[in-house]
Design a protein around this ligand. Structure first.
Ligand SMILES: *Cc1c(COP(=O)(O)O)cnc(C)c1O
Length: 230
């Protein structure tokens, strides 16, 4: 089987699961954006995915993401999902369309400067962390969402898109995804256009669809198991 056939088969199987979860939740497939997470996989896979109709791809590291964005000719949208050091924000602002992992005001300022310097507009999501037991995790606690959202909304070159989370490992993700959905309702009282809810990965996207996710970030189910962490 060629890599194109393998990706086509995996994409179809994943779409079938997405369709079933939408049906179960009474939602439309067209209300959900599939971001295919291509980290650790080559630029050639992004080209093949684009051939298969994929419009949005996700990466979690710079410079890997930037190298791929420079190499890929297909007109895909690039989503940056990972922890981001302030000193790399300017580089990421040159190719990313959406940054899902904004979790501090310093990063907002750096992304804003980078977007302005590049003459681009970046959609930013506030990453929310529901795992109070692990202070090393990326994301702001729920109480920190309003201030960070206001900072993004006020920053030149940035657009507040909404919220993102990664469910804590080894826990039932559903309550966390429900919590994110409630935070999204509150957020939209102040920022009506910030409707993105980025939640759900290969292992838990059905629960995310049930909770109202608008953006799924799916890697392994489509590209295959990654060799190591990431
Ligand atoms: C890697 C990654 C994903 C995709 O995870 P899979 O288990 O491969 O589907 C989604 N979101 C983030 C933030 C990631 O780093």
């Amino acid at each position: 089987m060629t890599r194109l056939d393998e990706l086509r088969r995996n994409l179809a199987a994943t779409e079938e699961r997405i369709g079933a979860a939408c049906a179960a939740a009474g939602r439309e497939r067209s209300d959900i954006t599939l971001v295919v997470v291509t980290k650790t996989y080559p630029a050639s896979d992004v080209e093949l995915l684009a051939e298969l109709g994929v419009t949005d791809v996700g990466e979690n590291r710079h410079p890997e993401a930037g190298d791929k964005a420079a190499e890929v000719e297909a007109p895909v949208r690039w989503h940056f999902l990972g922890g981001l050091q302030t000193n790399k924000a300017g580089a990421v602002a040159r190719y990313a369309d959406v940054v899902h992992s904004v979790d501090r005001v310093k990063l907002v300022n750096a992304l804003s400067r980078g977007a302005q310097a590049a003459g681009r507009t970046l959609t930013c999501l506030v990453q929310v962390d529901f795992d109070a037991t692990d202070p090393g995790r990326a994301g702001v606690v729920p109480a920190g969402v309003p201030d960070l959202a206001d900072a993004i909304a006020a920053a030149p070159g940035l657009v507040l898109g909404g919220l993102m989370t990664v469910a804590p490992l080894g826990e039932d993700p559903a309550p966390h995804f429900d919590h994110l959905a409630r935070l999204s309702v509150s957020l939209r009282e102040q920022h009506p256009d910030a409707g993105i809810i980025s939640a759900g990965m290969s292992g838990d996207f059905e629960a995310a669809i049930g909770a109202g996710a608008t953006h799924l970030r799916i890697g392994r189910s489509i590209l295959g198991a990654r060799p190591s962490t990431g």
